[in-house]
Ligand binder design. Structure first.
Ligand SMILES: O=C[C@H](O)[C@H](O)[C@H](O)COP(=O)(O)O
Length: 229
């Protein structure tokens, strides 16, 4: 049984003909995109807007028509995975380094759906180190400023060289002992010179798709949901 496939595929139930769909990044939304590719092949007419080069290449392979921001007025639905989800549906994202483009897309979407396996759900955020995208120039100084907020940053590296995002930036993975006030931390981090964006997505999620005890997809709506049909 593939948990990611069950929750990922369920999200396509919310996609209708003619929609502009924000396509997230990662191994869970991968199944959403595969399913969308199948539906497009069968005649569904949508336009996708990808949140990473990886997703763009996948969508192109599946022949999902893509648009750019200059050609659209709004994104109808964005679908994405997450690294951690709290009880108010605030998120930590960016485990794959795509957080900036993902946040631009989610913030421009009428509705934002998050697809996660149950292991990602927690009462309070903080088990997953918070990814913060920073410009390479002076990132050591940016890291010092993050420490004053209580975070312990470490530069993300691949085989000894800094990981680079699709935007040419670095990622500092920051352990925060307490993320019970995620909105505050999200705002304060983005005020630090050198920080481009951080992986806290607060107050953005309209619907979480996860699994129940029998491994069936469940739809969870937050109290503050702004879900619009
Ligand atoms: O940068 C990556 C994204 O924020 C992903 O959506 C997140 O890391 C979850 O990915 P996955 O579904 O592979 O766990």
């Amino acid at each position: 049984m593939n948990e990611k496939k069950i929750v990922g595929e369920k999200a396509v139930d919310f996609i209708k003909d003619g929609m502009v769909v924000g396509l997230g990044t990662g191994s869970t939304v991968y199944y959403t995109i595969l399913k969308l590719g199948q539906l497009v092949k069968d005649g569904l007419s949508i336009q996708g807007i990808p949140s990473s080069i990886q997703t763009k290449e996948l969508a192109q392979k599946l022949k999902i028509p893509l648009v750019s921001f200059k050609d659209i007025n709004q994104i109808d639905v964005a679908i994405d995975g997450a690294d951690e989800v709290d009880s108010d549906f605030n998120l930590i994202k960016g485990g794959g380094g795509a957080l900036l483009r993902e946040k631009i897309i989610a913030s421009g979407a009428k509705n934002f759906i998050v697809v996660v396996t149950p292991s990602k759900m927690s009462k309070t955020l903080g088990s997953f180190p918070l990814p913060v995208e920073v410009v390479p120039f002076g990132y050591e100084m940016t890291a010092k400023h993050i420490k004053t907020l209580g975070g312990k940053p470490s530069l993300r590296e691949i085989s000894g060289t800094p990981f680079q995002t699709d935007n040419g930036n670095y990622i500092l993975d920051c352990v925060f002992p307490n993320l019970s006030q995620p909105k505050e931390v999200e705002t304060c981090l983005n005020l630090i010179p050198g920080v481009v964006e951080n992986g806290l997505f607060t107050g953005m999620t309209d619907l979480v798709i996860s699994l129940d005890g029998r491994n069936h997809a469940v739809l969870l709506e937050s109290g503050g949901s702004k879900w619009k049909q």
